[in-house]
Design a protein around this ligand. Structure first.
Ligand code: AMP
Ligand code: MG
Length: 355
């Protein structure tokens, strides 16, 4: 079932959720794959459809701020401030969980992730279902998150009971996750609400060390340990001073295999050829956020061998975008020195492209 967002269609989708089925729906961040968050058997269907490891917990989506109270054994002051300031919106809080949250949702942790989305379709669906909706992104595990219904369909056809088509998502990257259970709030995943916005209301906010690529013995957000958002091609981030050499590198690399460049500013000094695909997001970082996942999937469709992606500075939404871009690239970066060495030696460049 692929539905519109009119009243009857939403009632049908809500009925499926109440019956314990999994249904995809739009939010302001990305499309979610939802099931009744208080029904363990229903939640297991999400894990099956995505092929998601069962130790990676889900976010519970609610339609009203007060609905968090029955999901938690108590909110800290920081959680209250964040809920007051940023809900509804792309912010998830980690709080101590109450007894009604099934282990399938929290993956056995004593905390639970909760968010109140601002997308009117999501809000209405949750309200009609009358239960918190557990929902990760509606993609096959490890692939880029879907930001439109067609992409959900490509991954989930035959695996789920329905898709509510609400058009393209506004933010394009997932929610910011903040652990509010400790003394100082910790960003576990950067997202639609920026670090600067959080600092404005909370004062001190820490970034989880795993975000810098430091392997924690036990990551706070279990999702941190999995490779994410990965395209099929080998991908490299190029940023800062190295960007000046990106147009030449891409042009030369395309002599050996199909190459794609995901870029903004450097787009104007690049020339598309049969083997060189230029995916231009424009000039604003918010546009990159909206388009990044779609561009990664486009690279898969083009069948390129190699992707170069222009990095942006990590202020504002740049922190979230670069977190996803680096993960998609498996943390591979090309420095100016490395690019210059490749450009000096054509056989080295060839084996770099073809490896
Ligand atoms: P997704 O829904 O695919 O965006 O993934 C949800 C993210 O929330 C994953 O990275 C999870 O690891 C994280 N998460 C969910 N519940 C918790 C929790 N109780 N503590 C820490 N991280 C969580
Ligand atoms: Mg996801």
């Amino acid at each position: 079932m692929q539905t519109d967002t009119d009243g009857a269609a939403l009632r049908e989708a809500a009925a499926l959720i109440k019956k314990g089925e999994a249904v995809a729906f739009p939010t302001e961040t990305v499309y979610g794959l939802g099931a009744d968050g208080l029904n363990g058997a229903a939640v297991r269907k999400i894990f099956e459809a995505k092929g998601r490891p069962s130790d990676n917990p889900l976010i519970l989506h609610i339609a009203g701020k007060k609905d968090i109270l029955k999901l938690t054994s108590g909110l800290t002051k920081q959680a209250e401030i964040l809920i007051d300031k940023f809900w509804p919106g792309p912010l998830t809080v980690i709080v101590a969980k109450s007894g009604i949250v099934p282990d399938e949702v929290s993956a056995g942790l004593d905390t639970v992730a909760v968010r109140m989305p601002s997308h009117p379709v999501a809000a209405e669906l949750i309200r009609l279902a009358g239960t918190p909706i557990a929902a990760p992104s509606a993609n096959i595990s490890g692939k880029p998150s879907p930001t439109d219904a067609e992409t959900v369909l490509a991954d989930m056809q035959g695996r789920i009971a329905g898709i509510v088509d609400g058009g393209a998502c506004e933010v394009g990257v997932e929610s910011t996750i903040v652990d509010t259970t400790g003394e100082v709030p910790v960003i576990l995943r950067p997202g639609g609400i920026t670090r600067e916005q959080l600092e404005e209301v909370l004062g001190k906010v820490e970034l989880d060390p795993a975000l810098a690529g430091v392997e924690a013995a036990k990551p706070k957000a279990p999702g941190m340990k999995y490779r994410h958002y990965a395209p099929k091609a080998s991908m490299y981030v190029v940023e800062g001073e190295a960007l000046a050499k990106l147009p030449l590198l891409a042009k030369e690399a395309a002599n050996f295999a199909p190459v794609a460049v995901i870029c903004g500013e450097v787009a104007e000094s690049m020339q598309r050829t049969q083997n060189l695909h230029i995916l231009n997001w424009g000039s604003a970082k918010t546009d990159l956020a909206v388009k990044l996942y779609r561009m990664l999937r486009r690279c898969d469709k083009l069948g390129v061998q190699l992707i170069f992606s222009e990095g942006v500075t990590e202020d504002g939404i740049g922190l979230a975008v670069m977190n996803r871009m680096r993960k998609a690239a498996g943390r591979q970066v090309l420095t100016l020195d490395e690019i210059e060495a490749l450009l000096k030696n054509s056989s080295q460049l060839k084996s770099f492209v073809l490896k």
